[in-house]
Design a protein around this ligand. Structure first.
Ligand code: SF4
Length: 220
């Protein structure tokens, strides 16, 4: 109830701001992405579109800066993520967040989400029917945030966003441009790199590419 009131309040403020800007001859502000994401979360937070809702503790929506130029897209919540309701907070998340930090990518530059919002039991791979039901949610998040760069983490997010069946070890390290000009840079899933030093090196190299693309964009 309180949350609904808060969202309505934010909408009134936004409309009033747009009205004032119009009166002053300025273009209305872009949509408030934080508000749109909040509203979208409210819409899907009780989703039961696939059987994963039965075993989840929390639906893991995503987190970060809604105005971010970079979006990381992973696979699905793991045990820790399911418990906390936050993406990438387990061991794989630690590796990802440390690498991002070491490369000098500030927290306010990115948003993180997964293809599946609910944890597959035992961390098994996502099933095609689960991806088919959940992928529209991720696409909507991408549409709202409209990042300039997407870094896909692992096979499932990469293949589904690029619409390909090529393997991640082939796709990683390459730069793709989506039809709307968003740059997509695939890399390995950090969970796969924890105990494999060679893959970890590749993962770090790929994230360096991400940093270079950010630098290019922010310097122009
Ligand atoms: S995984 Fe996605 S589609 Fe399935 S219940 Fe969770 S939010 Fe809904």
């Amino acid at each position: 109830m309180e949350k609904t009131f808060y969202l309505e309040y934010l909408e009134i403020i936004r409309d009033f701001k747009n009205y004032l800007e119009k009166r002053m001859g300025r273009k209305p502000s872009a949509n408030n992405k934080a508000l749109l994401l909040e509203k979208f979360y409210e819409e899907i937070k009780n989703c039961q579109k696939c059987s994963l809702y039965r075993t989840r503790t929390n639906l893991v929506f995503g987190e970060g800066n809604p105005e971010a130029i970079l979006m990381f897209v992973g696979e699905a919540p793991g045990k820790e993520e399911d418990l906390q309701g936050r993406p990438f907070v387990g061991a794989a998340g630690k590796l990802l967040r440390e690498t991002i930090k070491n490369l000098g990518i500030p927290e306010d530059k990115f948003y993180i989400a997964n293809i599946l919002k609910c944890r597959p039991p035992g961390n098994r791979n996502p099933r095609p029917e689960e991806i088919a039901r959940c992928l529209p949610y991720l696409k909507k998040q991408i549409q709202i945030i409209n990042p300039k760069i997407i870094c896909t983490l692992g096979k499932f997010s990469t293949q589904n966003l690029l619409n390909t069946t090529r393997g991640i070890t082939y796709l990683r390290g390459q730069k793709f441009t989506l039809p709307n000009n968003t740059i997509l840079l695939p890399t390995l899933h950090p969970a796969a790199c924890i105990y494999k030093p060679y893959w970890r090196e590749q993962f770090i190299m790929d994230l360096k590419m991400v940093k270079e693309e950010i630098d290019k964009i922010t310097k122009t």
